[in-house]
Design a protein around this ligand. Structure first.
Ligand SMILES: Cc1cc2nc3c(=O)[nH]c(=O)nc-3n(C[C@H](O)[C@H](O)[C@H](O)COP(=O)(O)O)c2cc1C
Length: 200
């Protein structure tokens, strides 16, 4: 319960810039994600890590050009600014694209592939992200992060799908933004009592 309650979404403005993510921390985040449940072990989670300046540049290029086309020059300029050194995304140590990849549940020899309904696969990916977030909370060194939905019009744009290597039926579900912050313990949060009643 302590771990669950101390997990916080830490946004870019509170992340310390210039602190690269330790490779062993990154592999623990990904390993934690892979321990999520899925119906029939389809393991539909898949991640693409953007960490190097070149990777960030490629992500910026795709995001900004889709925004320019879909939402106009103002939205594109705003996003371009968010990728600039010292600005929003530059504060993060890495941006992990959260993807859902469709995989068949089982195939009998010669039989048709059976797929879970999409909602089950999206739910399994959400479990994986929560595992990753809890792992970040448990790691030393102030590793933190949050799940960003990313720019609405960019997430499933054709250029983004190519960048992430998505096939038909696969989805981009935003980004898990990872950084460092030594003040997470100071961020207060609360929850209402769970919505639940005994029937009848
Ligand atoms: C699917 C999903 C998408 C989210 N997208 C965003 C987002 O685009 N921008 C944002 O500021 N927070 C986003 N969040 C994080 C929430 O703002 C955050 O979880 C909420 O404020 C509760 O804070 P906590 O995680 O510290 O408990 C998202 C969370 C989830 C689960």
């Amino acid at each position: 319960m302590n771990l669950l309650k101390s997990r916080r979404s830490v946004f870019c403005k509170d992340m310390d810039p210039g602190r690269p993510l330790d490779p062993s921390a990154l592999s623990l985040l990904l390993e934690a994600a892979s321990w999520a449940p899925s119906h029939g072990r389809t393991d539909p989670w898949s991640f693409v890590v953007f960490q190097s300046p070149q990777a960030l540049e490629a992500l910026a290029h795709v995001s900004v050009s889709v925004l320019r086309r879909e939402e106009g020059p103002r939205a594109a300029a705003d996003a371009q600014e968010e990728f600039a050194p010292g600005k929003r995304w530059a504060n993060a140590a890495c941006l992990i694209a959260v993807c859902m990849r469709r995989r068949p549940r089982c195939c009998t020899p010669g039989g048709a592939a059976r797929f879970n309904p999409e909602w089950e696969e999206v739910a399994a990916v959400a479990c994986a992200v929560q595992n990753m977030h809890l792992m970040a909370t448990a790691l030393p060194g102030g590793v933190c992060g949050y799940w960003s939905s990313w720019y609405e019009s960019v997430r499933d744009a054709p250029e983004m799908r190519v960048l992430l290597g998505l096939s038909e039926g696969d989805r981009c579900l935003g980004f898990f933004v990872v950084g460092h912050c030594d003040r997470v313990g100071e961020f207060r949060a609360s929850r209402d009592a769970p919505s639940c009643h005994q029937w009848p």
